[in-house]
Design a protein around this ligand. Structure first.
Ligand code: FPP
Length: 238
């Protein structure tokens, strides 16, 4: 009996989160501590995205959300904003690598706030990966949760919806049809949400590695999953 119980417990602890959402933070501090200009932090941050996505998909995570650029980040110096946009603009082979992983690209953000050529790239990524079924990359770009919620309300009004349920409301969020994050990870040790997935975070577990985003790699992903597996989720029940 004891053996049986232990086996069950072990099996349970092998469950990986279905959806992990990452807040990429600390690029600037990573660079400054190395005596480098801030943009070097963003450049390495892009490489970290690739490593994190690869490991998450390898580990069987179905949905990966990434907070890469917020509505508030538009207030940064123009050169920094342009640099980050250029990193995305010049990201060769993203569609192909997602297709190889059978990962569907979804934008979580306000397309209208993004330069037109990048809008095109985002649409193209969405179209090219539309038939992918195994994984999702939910890409937070020009994203803010309050902006998302207010937009949802305005669109509900425009559609003449008279009474809202959770089910209806969720259809108006960028994440319509996606499972909520099971685990939210913020890089850099800061412990706050900073306007990220405020509605969807209702029952998420949180994990805050003491590492800047450019240092995120397969090992950190494994550490996040292991931390999640130690949690007991009750969803308000006993
Ligand atoms: C937060 O670090 C990071 C950002 C605001 C930008 C995120 C950019 C990347 C992950 C690079 C790749 C991006 C794309 C779109 C390919 P911070 O600059 O706030 O760091 P700090 O708090 O130490 O200053």
């Amino acid at each position: 009996m004891a053996w049986f119980k232990r086996k069950n417990k072990e099996q349970k602890s092998q469950v990986v989160p279905r959806h992990i959402a990452f807040i990429a933070d600390g690029n600037g501090r990573w660079a400054t501590e190395k005596g480098l200009p801030r943009f070097e932090g963003h450049k390495s941050g892009k490489e970290a995205i690739k490593k994190v996505l690869d490991r998450c998909y390898e580990r069987g995570i179905e949905i990966v959300s990434l907070f890469c650029f917020s509505t508030e980040n538009f207030n940064r110096p123009k050169e920094e904003v342009d640099y980050i946009f250029n990193l995305f603009r010049n990201w060769e082979g993203l569609a192909e690598s997602l297709i190889k992983r059978d990962a569907k690209f979804r934008l979580m953000g306000d397309l209208g706030l993004i330069p037109e050529d990048i809008q095109e790239k985002l649409k193209e990524l969405t179209e090219k990966t539309a038939d992918c079924k195994t994984h999702v990359l939910n890409f937070g770009f020009a994203y803010g949760a309050r902006h998302e919620i207010v937009n949802a309300v305005n669109n509900l009004i425009k559609d003449g919806v008279k009474e809202v349920t959770e089910e209806i409301f969720e259809k108006y969020l960028y994440t319509a049809g996606l499972a909520d994050p099971d685990l939210i990870v913020r890089a850099s040790g800061e412990q706050r949400l900073s306007n990220f997935m405020l509605y969807q975070a209702a029952y998420a577990e949180f994990y805050f590695p003491q590492k800047y985003w450019p240092d995120f790699d397969a090992k950190v992903v494994d550490e996040c999953i292991e931390a999640y597996q130690k949690r007991k989720r009750r969803f308000g029940k006993v």
